[in-house]
Design a protein around this ligand. Structure first.
Ligand code: CMC
Length: 378
């Protein structure tokens, strides 16, 4: 067997062959099925982009209508899921609530008919449709309120914001939210997608696949960074404090949240669009002092770390967009998951098409032939 050099974090090691998305980290290019994200953000919708990723082509008018309709019809969650969520502690993190709820869906749909296209479609639709409902339901229930039923006359993003805030959203906010979902839906072999593919490779059900990916997304080095960015901006508090804050963190060898990326060595193309979206919201609803802090931070970090290729990533400006929409900070990562579920499912489907169980090797650096010491001698 060929012996490969050990690479911490599997940096640079291909884990799959995939035609779902493509990143050029030097030029700052991200494509979904070959289409640049700038174009999709300007012209597509989240559900259309999800269809593109999962089934490989943009849908025809009829295909899109049918998909939207199926998703609309599956938005409701079973009362047993709601009851289960009611017993979750209010202080628990919404990502943990989401992971548990996604896994619980598998209890109701335990069939594993993985070669049946109807089963695949049904699972895709159910997961994309119900994850937003579960996120909104937990948000209301942890405040002691009953969850709000989905509204069939609202499209995907508007309905989520309605279920979250119990009022119909502003049209610009709903449109911008939908674009945010497009920007977060897929990103090649990141940690949570890898996790999804590993779980998929055991031929378990798609609910377990999504639950394991949700668990992986939650960490602060991955999707959880968007929450920490807002906490960091709060801690900095003013534009004048930016430089001393950055210098102190760097001196203490601490990471600056929302900066840096394993693949991008330039500003993340998603951060560029998210910054524009934040500005659109500020123009309509008034500015945010954290935006001034963020812009100053981008300047200082570029000055200090630009030579290392460290620039804002997707998580740097997304929190400012959600904050302006009145969304609580700890829902930022669940919202990332609402989008990314479609990317994970595209990878689930691709993994099943040419499956081989993941079973990497390791470099053993422990002892051998160690004698057993009886308990009384220890
Ligand atoms: N702040 C300060 N220094 C940094 C940062 C940062 N945010 N990111 C990387 N570096 C430095 C790091 O200290 C190291 O320096 P040196 O070579 O002198 O020791 C060098 O850059 C390489 O860093 P690394 O941690 O080995 O890089 P990685 O590819 O393993 O990690 C990363 C990538 C995203 C985990 C990392 O940049 C990071 O921790 N960023 C902050 C957390 C964050 O914003 N995460 C969101 C990532 S994008 C969206 C997502 O995946 O969900």
């Amino acid at each position: 067997m060929m012996v490969c050099e050990y690479k911490p974090g599997l940096e640079g090691i291909p884990a799959a062959q995939s035609s779902i998305s493509y990143v050029d980290g030097q030029k700052g290019i991200l494509e979904y099925r070959g289409i640049r994200i700038e174009e999709l953000a300007a012209k597509s919708t989240f559900l259309e982009t999800a269809y593109l990723l999962i089934w490989g082509e943009l849908p025809s008018k009829e295909e899109l209508k049918a998909f939207e309709e199926e998703v609309r019809l599956h938005r409701r969650i079973k009362y047993r899921i709601r009851d289960m969520m009611k017993s979750f502690p209010e202080s628990g993190h919404p990502m943990d609530a989401l992971q548990a709820s996604a896994a619980a869906l598998g209890l109701f749909y335990s069939l594993r008919d993985l070669h049946n296209p109807a089963y695949i479609r049904d699972s895709v639709v159910r997961l994309i449709a119900t994850i937003p409902t579960m996120v909104a339901a937990f948000q209301l229930m942890r405040k002691g309120n009953d969850p709000v039923k989905p509204r069939d006359d609202l499209d995907y993003s508007a309905n989520f914001l309605y279920m979250l805030n119990e009022k119909e959203p502003d049209a610009l906010a709903a449109k911008i939210f939908d674009i945010c979902l497009i920007l977060h839906v897929e990103h090649t072999m990141n940690a949570s997608t890898f996790s999804a593919r590993v779980t998929a490779s055991t031929l378990t059900d798609p609910y377990a696949v999504v639950a394991s990916a949700v668990g992986t997304l939650g960490g602060p080095l991955h999707g959880g960074a968007n929450e920490e960015v807002i906490q960091m901006l709060e801690e900095i508090g003013s534009v004048e404090n930016v430089r001393p804050y950055v210098e102190e963190r760097l001196q203490n060898k601490q990471k600056l949240m929302g900066f840096g990326h394993r693949v991008y060595k330039v500003k993340d193309p998603r951060a560029i669009i998210l910054q524009e979206l934040a500005e659109q919201l500020f123009d309509k609803f008034g500015g945010d002092k954290y935006y001034d802090i963020a812009q100053e931070m981008e300047r200082v970090v570029e000055e200090k770390l630009g030579h290392k290729g460290i620039y804002p990533n997707v998580d740097f400006y997304s929190g400012l967009v959600y904050r302006k929409m009145g969304i609580p900070t700890d829902l930022f990562t669940p919202i990332f998951a609402i989008a990314r579920v479609a990317g994970w499912l595209a990878h689930w489907k691709e993994q099943l098409a040419e499956n081989r169980i993941f079973r990497p090797t390791q470099v053993y650096n422990g002892k051998h032939e160690v004698p057993y010491t009886p308990l009384e001698q220890r």
